[in-house]
Ligand binder design. Structure first.
Ligand code: 5GP
Length: 116
């Protein structure tokens, strides 16, 4: 088993973090370094998939659930319109290799490109 990722450690309560919602398979964490008025991360509980390409190949229904939850939190915490970003690979700005979707809503930081 690989070492727990920062997101797993937050989920397990080892590290503080604001978790807004949990389902059987995913949880929603407020990003510590927000790039928009609302910046949340939708994260599977499992850390077995490093990125969205692995996830889509390995468990497409979990990916679909992440998108559904993103829509739900964007409706609950903003006006329901949002940007959904999966940084994939270090050169694309991915820093945590435990797949996660960025949900950005409301006013964005100028030319917001998460991870840059
Ligand atoms: P990535 O760059 O991998 O696409 O996104 C990782 C995200 O995780 C970044 O937006 C970063 O701000 C967020 N992040 C990293 N460490 C922590 C943490 O300890 N707590 C929270 N809430 N977010 C974190």
């Amino acid at each position: 088993m690989s070492d727990p990722t920062i997101f797993t450690r937050i989920l397990q309560g080892e590290i503080p973090g604001e978790i807004l919602l949990e389902t059987e398979r995913v949880f929603v964490l407020r990003d510590i370094n927000p790039q928009a008025a609302l910046h949340l991360l939708v994260i599977p509980r499992t850390q077995e998939y490093r990125d969205v390409v692995e996830l889509a190949a390995g468990d497409p229904s979990l990916l679909a659930e992440m998108v559904e939850v993103a829509g739900r939190v964007a409706a609950a915490h903003a006006d329901g319109q949002f940007r959904l970003i999966f940084n994939t690979g270090a050169d694309a700005g991915q820093t945590v290799f435990h797949v996660h979707a960025h949900v950005l809503a409301g006013e964005l930081q100028e030319k917001s490109l998460v991870g840059h």
